[in-house]
Design a protein. Structure first.
Length: 305
């Protein structure tokens, strides 16, 4: 029988012994954060993986993130901590649907959110993150943009870049879309001095009421640097706990108790243990043609982000 601390110590020993770099997405639990080499958002983790000296990378997150790590580090062995950890948004548009959309809008550049499959990235002109989308789309030569798959993020980007003709597709993050504008009013009554920090995957009725709209990393950085002492957090609820650990002198409240990514919650500390000892996880393999196409769209982002 292990305690949390004893299991963490064993994971730390095994990852060093087996030359494994552990990446934990920000939505993972605190006990997993504490054994990770790097914690961050999906694209930031991919960049850390590419720069890491270890030959094996363990991604504690969801499948599209592990695929992105593999695309940017094809020479490394990449493991996904839980084989069933997917992303509902990444599955909302199929290759055949995007192919038909491109035929319907031949003069449009396709901007694909990083929360998508490698196959969709391979068919797109540029990959974007929540932090880079506005800058990247503003910098594209084409005035016509087909933005997939998150219509809420796309609508927020369209507000920031009104000079572009942005066509949206009906998709998005179920967890963030569960937050409603009425909940903002309810929570502001309970916490009138709290600043509202939300992710652009939230509904427009939520983002328009926010004091700050940004990526998960942006939300955390804002809260840490702010002189304010209370915050309503409009993103995956694990961020509330992480900020409580990081800023014990401040107060953090979940905007909605329904903003939970169940796929992220599949990975446990014991899963991480099995992965570093070689008895768990799934090795990620991306077909060569898909990898080349997806890397091209990501490199456009790297060159312009």
């Amino acid at each position: 029988m292990y305690t949390t601390r004893a299991l963490q110590d064993e994971i730390l020993r095994l990852k060093k012994e087996n030359d494994i770099c552990i990446l934990a997405h920000a939505y993972q639990s605190q006990d997993i954060w504490e054994v990770a080499d790097y914690v961050g958002d999906s694209f930031g983790l991919s960049q850390k993986a590419a720069a890491a000296s270890q030959k094996t990378v363990l991604l504690c997150g969801v499948r599209f993130m592990a695929e992105t790590v593999k695309i940017l580090s094809p020479q490394k062995k990449v493991l996904l901590s839980h084989p069933q950890a997917g992303c509902p948004m990444a599955q909302q548009i199929s290759v055949s649907q995007l192919t038909e959309l491109k035929k319907s809008y031949p003069d449009y550049a396709v901007a694909v959110y990083i929360n998508s499959t490698s196959e969709l990235k391979a068919l797109s002109d540029v990959c974007v993150t929540s932090a880079s989308a506005v800058k990247l789309i503003r910098g594209l030569d084409n005035p016509n943009i087909l933005f997939i798959p998150d219509c809420n993020l796309g609508a927020w980007v369209a507000q920031q870049v009104p000079e572009k003709n942005i066509r949206l597709v009906n998709g998005g993050c179920p967890a963030h879309a569960a937050i409603l504008g009425a909940q903002v009013k309810q929570q502001r009554k309970l916490h009138p001095d709290a600043k509202l920090l939300v992710h652009p995957e939230c509904l427009p009725e939520v983002t328009k009421q926010a004091d700050y709209v940004g990526s998960t990393t942006g939300i955390m950085d804002y809260a840490k640097k702010s002189a304010d002492k209370a915050f309503l957090i409009g993103t995956e609820n694990s961020i509330v706990q992480h900020l409580q650990f990081a800023c014990p002198d401040k107060r953090f409240y979940a905007l909605s108790n329904e903003c939970i990514c169940t796929d992220m919650k599949l990975t446990t500390l014991m899963d991480v243990y099995h992965c570093v000892r070689g008895t768990g996880g799934e090795e990620i393999v991306v077909p060569e043609d898909v990898m080349l196409g997806a890397r091209r769209s990501i490199e456009v982002m790297l060159g312009n982000g």
